[in-house]
Design a binder for this molecule. Structure first.
Ligand SMILES: [Zn+2]
Length: 411
């Protein structure tokens, strides 16, 4: 096994702006335990390969981004293992170059393009101005590089229970902040009586981009950046903020290697972004019952837990609610989602925000979306799909919030 890993020891060059010319994304299907183990070893020592979908289970697709100079070695591994493989994306840079419109179709904030952190924050400011009685600014504090982690609170009525929306903890998953801002906008503007009623029936704390350093870096320097931008004297920057929460930290699906994409950080809450979010949630833990987190990609709707497959106390309720939400999501465009707990639906993982919320505060309704798509574009979903993605996702959010409204004890 080791020999395959050693074949891939090559250094990568760094430029001012990362380019991904002729980088391929290869989808491989491990069909037996040996193939799976070699892929898992590779993931631990990727040396320039980037796992977009991690190896976890036999017969589950693994997406690996391969730099052009590593294609010969990669092909050798695939051939020697007899791995089923296909080219899913033939040139990552081409998708980066074409995911956004050449000219913005509209000047205002209209979900026809992906927006920068600055633009998102300016839009939040405009909401505070436009809805002074309902929208107030909220700040979690400052990120590692000193950026404010900003959100808003929407409240039309006193005494409402609250819902939290979290987006952007993984920097490159641009569809997440786009979807969260879209839903926020609908809560404020929708004429649909069901949505308007839900807007009135809950308070909402909405944080489109809880990893602002990473998000900015993914705009300015490296489109494929996932982690925070902290530097703890390591050769590699950042940790995976969504492996950094203090709940079964580092038990599964997280790495102790600083260069890994799933580096869990040097200790629980070592990342200031995760720590600030947890502090804030702790401070309002008496107020909220619903926690909704947004990621991409894979089209999954998941509930706790990730560290093991033991069912949570309301597993049956969450599974049937999740399935109804996924059915509502599919109505607009036929977009199909799988539903289940994190451990069984995507892969074992620990230290994620949703599980911490459930585990520490026992909140009944906590869900995580892996939004579009299933790998055709992966993290590089064209901006032309934002509105359809967000609109169908809103359908699933509505089902969950209606259920919460009907089933939470009235206060
Ligand atoms: Zn993610």
């Amino acid at each position: 096994m080791l020999k395959f890993v050693c074949l891939l020891v090559l250094s990568t060059a760094f430029a001012d702006r990362a380019t991904y010319s002729n980088y391929q994304v290869r989808r491989v299907f491990p069909e037996n335990q040996e193939q799976l183990e070699v892929l898992s070893e590779l993931e631990k020592n990727p040396n320039g390969l980037s796992f977009w979908l991690r190896p976890f289970r036999v017969q589950k697709a693994v997406d690996i981004m391969v730099p052009p100079h590593m294609l010969p070695q990669f092909n050798e591994i695939v051939a020697s293992l007899n791995l089923k493989s296909e080219v899913y994306i033939s040139n990552v840079q081409h998708l980066i170059d074409t995911e956004r419109p050449k000219v913005r179709p509209r000047a205002d904030f209209g979900w026809t393009d992906y927006y920068t952190l600055e633009e998102i924050y300016a839009w939040l400011d405009s909401l505070v101005e436009e809805y002074p009685n309902a929208v107030t600014p909220v700040s979690l504090g400052r990120s590692y590089e000193g950026r404010e982690i900003r959100g808003v609170k929407v409240s039309f009525r006193k005494g409402n229970r609250a819902v939290i929306l979290e987006g952007g903890i993984h920097a490159r998953e641009w569809i997440a902040p786009a979807t969260v801002t879209y839903i926020l906008n609908k809560l404020l503007t929708s004429q649909d009586p069901v949505i308007a009623d839900l807007a009135q029936s809950f308070d909402y704390y909405v944080f489109p981009s809880v990893n602002p350093d990473g998000y900015v870096y993914s705009h300015t320097t490296d489109r494929m950046w996932r982690k925070t931008r902290s530097q703890g004297g390591n050769r590699c920057y950042g940790a995976d903020a969504n492996r950094n929460f203090d709940f079964h930290w580092m038990e599964a699906g997280a790495s102790s290697s600083a260069c890994s994409e799933t580096y869990a950080g040097s200790s629980p809450f070592s990342e200031v972004e995760a720590r600030l979010l947890s502090n804030f949630l702790t401070s309002i833990s008496d107020e909220f019952d619903v926690y909704l987190a947004f990621h991409s990609y894979s089209q999954l709707l998941m509930f706790p837990y990730g560290h093991n497959s033991d069912p949570v106390s309301n597993y049956d309720e969450l599974l049937s609610l999740g399935r109804r939400a996924a059915a509502a999501l599919a109505q607009n465009n036929g977009t199909e989602y799988d539903v289940g707990n994190i451990h069984d639906t995507i892969y074992p993982t620990s230290g994620v925000s949703m599980d911490w919320v459930r585990g520490v505060f026992d909140k009944p309704y906590t869900f995580t979306w892996e939004l579009r798509d299933k790998g055709t574009y992966g993290f590089l979903l064209p901006a032309s799909q934002i509105i359809d993605t967000a609109e169908e996702t809103l359908n699933s959010v509505v089902v969950i919030l209606q259920h919460a409204k009907e089933n939470l004890p009235r206060k």
